[in-house]
Ligand binder design. Structure first.
Ligand code: UDP
Ligand code: MG
Length: 316
């Protein structure tokens, strides 16, 4: 039967939580009384995640699994799940139960009222360091100021999207993706449902600092060209300042008081810093452009289980 709800669950080394996530998701979705499918995307896990998923897919008709050939990252795993989802509404949820499955019925209700994107807003966050909360808070304010894209603060990727939104996303081929930015950019009728984000059910975070930084820079560089304008402005201001300074030094020297060596040295260091920083920002845009021109696939699926046979359609 064609599912009304698809749930996309990315999983990277999640052997400790998978069974529990399945149980809770299944219980909630079964309680909603509509046909549904659970799509787990194994993002190149190195632990028993793949085995557990194969077992779930063979035991339950509505569990489908995609297995990547290597780790492609959370945002790509979610995109792959959305690519194969058949439902009229698609829910994106983390596998570690930090996003409560029990919120899905409330999201579905908003969807029935006509909203096309219903995102979970974290009213409270447990088990996260003050540092993470602060950097997240600051980051969203900076991003908002830079990009002008109204990315709602305190939201993650936990959300329900309508089929139409999923189809638009499927047409977006960019590699360096920042999904919450893309959803905000798309528009549509959006609303929120508040929830209390609890700590991880088990295991460690799979978002290393490196992955976090990459996501943060993807957010900025894909949604704003202000860093480049900023460089241009800074460069122009510094050049003007330098010219003025030289003129003053010239007069000072003419008056017979020429000693500005240390000041010059300091100035040099400052200017070099600005130049290298500017090159870095330009480089970031060039690297992204290069990445996209290569035209490689966004992800590589090495195995899939639980999907209807090739060519076979769900009976309506
Ligand atoms: N994840 C993934 N690929 C990765 C890193 C994470 O698919 O490279 C998944 C992970 O299994 C989880 C979700 O993304 O379902 C969120 O990751 P995590 O809970 O580690 O992040 P945090 O909640 O600490 O920000
Ligand atoms: Mg988590």
């Amino acid at each position: 039967m064609k599912p009304v709800f698809s749930v996309v669950v990315p999983a990277y080394n999640e052997q400790e939580v998978l069974e529990q996530s399945y149980e809770r998701l299944n219980a909630v979705l079964a309680g909603m009384g509509e046909p549904f499918e659970l799509i787990f995307v194994d993002d190149g896990s190195k632990d028993a995640t793949a085995d557990i998923l194969r077992r779930l897919a063979s035991a339950h008709d509505n569990v489908r699994t995609l297995h990547f050939s290597r780790n492609f990252g959370h945002q790509v795993a979610v995109s792959a799940g959305v690519d194969v989802a058949q439902g009229d509404a698609i829910v994106i949820i983390d596998c570690d139960l930090q996003d409560p499955p029990e919120l899905i019925p409330a999201m579905a209700e908003k969807w029935r009222e006509g909203y096309e994107v219903v995102y979970g807003k974290r009213s409270q966050r447990d088990g996260e360091t003050a540092m993470k909360k602060f950097t997240a808070w600051a980051y969203y304010r900076v991003l908002r100021a830079l990009s002008g894209v109204p990315i709602p603060p305190d939201t993650g990727d936990f959300r329900l999207i309508d089929r139409r939104v999923a189809d638009v996303l499927r047409g977006m081929k960019e590699h360096r993706r920042f999904l919450r930015g893309l959803f905000a950019w798309m528009g549509f009728k959006q609303t929120e449902v508040a929830f209390h984000r609890s700590r991880r059910f088990a295991g460690e975070t799979k978002y290393t600092l490196k992955k976090m930084l990459r996501l943060a820079s993807d957010g900025i560089f894909s949604f704003s060209d202000k860093p480049v304008s900023f460089i241009l402005g800074t460069g122009a201001a510094l050049a003007a300042l330098g010219a003025l300074w030289l003129l003053i030094l010239l007069f000072v020297a003419l008056a017979g008081h020429g000693n500005g060596l240390s000041a010059l040295a300091a100035l040099m260091v400052l200017l070099c810093g600005v130049i290298v920083l500017s090159l870095g920002v330009l480089g970031a845009y060039i690297a992204r452009t290069y990445d996209e021109t290569l035209g490689r696939p966004l992800y590589i699926v090495s195995e899939r289980h639980g999907f209807p046979e090739e060519g076979e359609q769900f009976d309506k």
